[in-house]
Design a protein around this ligand. Structure first.
Ligand SMILES: [Fe+2]
Length: 402
């Protein structure tokens, strides 16, 4: 009964009953909850949670319980299913004494909750939206853990700036290893130092690893519902720690994003993803192609954006290439974390945008403007398909000064 069977379930979204069950389990020393029974005729009821990684220890745990079961007792074993594959479920059942299955032993799967409504899935990469997450209080995100983990990460995962940024600055060029303060000093003085710390892939530290997997499972559930693939492409966590009032300048991302707030507040302005008035096609294509990451900024455009006031416990979806900028609240240090990823669809858009960036200077010689990306599926698919050869040819033409 004491095998290591850990619940690794959906962590991103609220599902009260699910978490209540887990909280009850967490109050026990073991990861397996067993209901005491009044009469020897009553079945023994056990509850545990496991994900696919722990399918085998789960099988061993149940099997060891069965081996010690009196011949006159029945065991009903509930498993909170954190994503165990059908084939592993079959293996678990096969590993049990077949004569007892269905009679003395019952294994009942409590399915993973369907946390995403069809409506929410439909909005992925079409518009920004806000909802609750359930990671508040997660030990990985405590200041104590961050102060321990961040200095130990490889230097190329830790980016920080000790100067206040403003809209109009190039977000991607703002980060540098400061000459003034070390990362430890920056963390210590974050409340007053006008600093901004960005950690890429904190999941390489063990304390973030399971959290990372859980978030990917949630993202992939949403992707499947939206019909844009089953596997998140290049999923990655980013952690942001910012001084009060600090600003993340106007920029777009080459990924879809879910941003979660843990401490302090923010005001986030998000523009519609393909709004030409916020980001022109030329600027968007150059940004996605890594040719120019400095986006023109115009304060008057702010009326076009949706403004979200963002508090701990909330998640915001920022669609692929949607312009956005962030102002952290004045009252406290802000701690937030995002998961970024590409889908089959956003990968196609990335390639189509890069195609347009490559071919635009050539077409303009003939007064032709490439058709915008994000309007016609088949046109974007064709552009994505030809992106590599076209980029190669245009590079050659450029180097030969055609
Ligand atoms: Fe961003």
């Amino acid at each position: 009964m004491h095998q290591e069977v850990r619940a690794r379930i959906s962590a991103l979204f609220v599902y009260k009953h699910y978490y209540q069950l887990l909280e009850e389990m967490n109050t026990m020393k073991s990861d397996v909850a067993v209901k005491s029974t009044k009469s020897p005729q009553d079945p023994i009821v056990a509850l545990c949670g496991a994900d696919n990684t722990y399918a085998m220890p789960l099988a061993v745990t149940i099997r060891s319980a069965v081996e010690n079961l009196n011949s006159d007792r029945k065991l009903i074993w509930y498993v909170i299913d954190g994503g165990i594959t059908p084939s592993n479920k079959r293996r678990i059942l096969k590993s049990m004494p077949q004569s007892l299955l269905g009679n003395q032993l019952e294994i009942r799967w409590i399915p993973r909750p369907d946390v995403f409504s069809e409506n929410l899935a439909k909005r992925l990469d079409r518009e920004s939206f806000k909802f609750k997450h359930k990671l508040l209080g997660h030990p990985a995100l405590s200041l104590e853990n961050l102060a321990k983990v961040i200095p130990a990460l490889p230097k190329n995962h830790v980016h920080y700036s000790n100067k206040m940024m403003k809209n109009g600055d190039s977000f991607e060029q703002s980060f540098q290893h400061s000459n003034n303060l070390s990362i430890e000093e920056t963390i210590d003085s974050i409340r007053v130092s006008d600093s901004y710390i960005m950690i890429s892939s904190p999941e390489i530290d063990d304390s973030f690893a399971s959290l990372y997997r859980e978030l990917i499972t949630d993202v992939e559930t949403l992707m499947q519902k939206r019909g844009v693939g089953t596997k998140a492409i290049d999923p990655k966590l980013y952690l942001f720690i910012a001084s009060p009032n600090s600003i993340t300048p106007f920029h777009i991302d080459r990924y879809s994003t879910f941003l979660m707030q843990f401490r302090g507040s923010k005001e986030i302005c998000v523009f519609n993803p393909w709004d030409e008035r916020a980001v022109t096609s030329i600027a968007r294509e150059a940004y996605v192609a890594y040719a120019n990451t400095h986006l023109p900024w115009c304060l008057e455009n702010d009326v076009l954006a949706t403004k979200f006031v963002f508090h701990p416990g909330e998640t915001l979806h920022i669609p692929f290439v949607a312009g956005h900028h962030v102002k952290n609240g004045s009252e406290d240090v802000s701690i937030s974390m995002s998961i970024i990823f590409n889908t089959r669809q956003t990968m196609m858009w990335r390639k189509a945008l890069t195609f347009n960036h490559s071919i635009r200077p050539i077409l303009e010689r003939f007064d032709i403007t490439p058709a915008p990306v994000g309007v016609h599926f088949w046109r974007d698919t064709a552009k994505a398909y030809f992106q590599r050869p076209v980029s190669r040819v245009t590079k050659l033409l450029k180097s030969s000064k055609y």
